[in-house]
Design a binder for this molecule. Structure first.
Ligand code: AMP
Length: 388
C-alpha cells in the first residue's frame, strides 16, 4: 500500500494537489476538514461539537478526529492506499495515524510538505474566501489558523523528519509545476518497492502484445526473450545464426544462449523499477535461473499471470498471424505451430504449476478484444503495482 500525507499551511494547495494525486495513483482521499464539514452540515453530535472551534480557526480535539478518521479508513479496504489531507495536524495525531496504519498492516510511506510563504498563503485564502463559502476563510480566522499551524502542526514535520520519510516540495510555483514535483516525489516513493511480473500463456494468447502494453502503462521494463533473440538474428552474430536454425526447426533456444542475454539486460536496466518477463522462464531450469538472477538484485517475483485462451481460439489466432506480415519464422507452418503449443504444454506448464504452489498464479481470461483483455490485466496489476 502506498499511503501519503500531504502537509502544508492553510492555503498551500493541498486540496488542489490531492485531486491530481488520487486520479494518478488510485488512492482513497481522506480530508479531515471535508469530513468535519460533512458532520457540520449533517448537524451530527460530532459536527455540533466541532462547529465553534472550526469557525474560530482552532484545531478540533484529537478525540473527535480519531472517530471520524477510523471509520473512513476501515470502510475502504479496496484502495491502493490513502492520501491524507489535513491529517496528521498535531504530534499526537502522528501516533494515532501510526496505530491506524498498523492495524491495516501498513505504514505511512511519506509525508509531502508543500512549502509556501505565509504572505502567499494568506493571499490565497482571502481569494478563496470570495468563492468558497467557507466561514473560516476570512482574515481574522485565517490568522488564527496560521497561529495554530505554527504552534501545533509544525511539530508534525519533525516527527516525520526523524523517521526519514519527510519530503519537501516548493508549493510557491505554478499549480502544474507543483503537481509535477509532487507526482515525482510519490513515484520515487513507489519505486522503492521493486516489481517483477511474469506473464505466461500459450503461444497466441496475446502475452507478448499485452506484456508490452502493460510495461508501458506501468512504466516497467518489458523483458521478452523473443525480441532479444530477434535482435541477435538481425545482427547476424554467430549466436544469431544458431538461433535462426533453432527457430526454423521450431525447437527452444538453449539456455546457454538465453541466460547471458537476460542477465545482460537485467544489468543494463539498473534504474527501472522492475520488469515484465515474457517468454522466460519457459522451463523448470529457467525458473531456477530467474530466481537466482532476481535474488542477485535483491528482489523476487511479485506476481505471476497466466493468460487463458481456448485451444481452438489459439489455433485460429496463430493461423491468422501466419498469413500476415507479423508472421514470425516460428509461426510459418502448421507443424511449427503445433510444435510450439506442445513445447508450452510439456515444458512451460510444469513451471506454471510449480509457481502456483510457491507464489500463486493469477489466471486471466484472454478471450475478447485486445482492449478487453488489457483492461482485465491492468486492473489486476493496478493492485500489484501500487500495493506491494
Ligand atoms: P481544512 O479543510 O483542512 O483547512 O480544515 C478546516 C478546519 O477543520 C481546521 O481549521 C480545523 O478546525 C479542522 N480540522 C481539520 N483537520 C483537522 C485535524 N486533523 N485536527 C484538528 N482539526 C482539524
Amino acid at each position: 500500500m502506498i499511503n501519503i500525507a500531504l502537509f502544508g499551511p492553510p492555503g498551500a494547495g493541498k486540496g488542489t494537489q490531492s485531486e491530481a494525486l488520487i486520479k494518478a495513483f488510485n488512492l482513497h482521499y481522506i480530508s479531515t476538514g471535508d469530513l468535519l464539514r460533512r458532520e457540520l452540515s449533517a448537524g451530527s453530535k460530532l459536527g455540533l461539537e466541532a462547529k465553534s472551534i472550526i469557525s474560530a480557526g482552532g484545531l478540533v480535539p484529537d478525540e473527535i478526529i480519531v472517530q471520524i478518521i477510523e471509520n473512513t479508513i476501515t470502510e475502504h479496504p479496496e484502495a491502493n492506499g490513502f492520501l491524507f489531507d489535513g491529517f496528521p495536524r498535531t504530534y499526537i495525531q502522528c501516533y494515532i495515524l501510526e496505530g491506524l496504519m498498523n492495524k491495516l498492516n501498513t505504514s505511512l510511506s511519506c509525508l509531502i510538505s508543500l512549502e509556501v510563504d505565509e504572505e502567499e498563503s494568506v493571499a490565497r485564502l482571502l481569494k478563496r474566501g470570495i468563492t468558497s463559502g467557507r466561514t473560516d476563510d476570512n482574515e481574522t480566522v485565517i490568522l488564527n489558523r496560521l497561529r495554530e499551524y505554527h504552534e501545533k502542526t509544525l511539530p508534525v514535520l519533525q516527527f516525520y523528519k526523524d523517521k526519514g520519510i519527510y519530503r519537501a516540495v516548493n508549493g510557491g510555483n505554478s499549480v502544474e509545476k507543483v503537481c509535477d514535483d509532487v507526482r515525482a516525489a510519490v513515484k520515487d516513493e513507489i519505486h522503492k518497492y521493486p516489481i517483477n511480473i511474469v506473464i505466461f500463456g500459450y503461444p497466441g494468447s496475446g502475452r507478448g502484445s499485452q506484456g508490452k502494453a502493460l510495461a508501458k502503462h506501468f512504466e516497467l521494463e518489458y523483458l521478452a526473450t523473443g525480441p532479444m533473440l530477434d535482435a541477435e538474428i538481425a545482427r547476424q552474430t554467430p549466436v544469431g545464426k544458431k538461433i535462426q536454425e533453432l527457430y526454423e526447426s521450431g525447437a527452444l533456444v538453449s539456455d546457454e544462449i538465453v541466460v547471458p542475454l537476460i542477465e545482460q539486460k537485467l544489468e543494463q536496466s539498473k534504474d527501472v523499477r522492475g520488469f515484465i518477463f515474457k517468454g522466460f522462464p519457459r522451463t523448470l531450469v529457467q525458473s531456477y535461473i530467474l530466481d537466482g538472477l532476481l535474488r542477485k538484485r535483491g528482489t523476487n517475483i511479485t506476481r505471476i499471470i497466466d493468460i487463458e485462451v481456448s485451444t481452438l481460439e489459439l489455433i485460429k489466432r496463430l493461423d491468422a498471424r501466419s498469413k500476415t506480415d507479423t508472421c514470425m519464422p516460428y509461426d510459418s507452418t502448421t507443424a511449427k505451430i503445433v510444435q510450439r503449443l506442445q513445447e508450452h504444454e510439456s515444458k512451460t506448464v510444469p513451471v506454471i504449476e510449480k509457481y502456483a504452489q510457491i507464489h500463486g498464479v493469477t489466471k486471466v481470461d484472454g478471450s475478447g478484444t485486445f482492449e478487453e483483455v488489457f483492461a482485465r490485466l491492468a486492473s489486476i496489476l493496478d493492485k500489484t503495482v501500487w500495493i506491494s
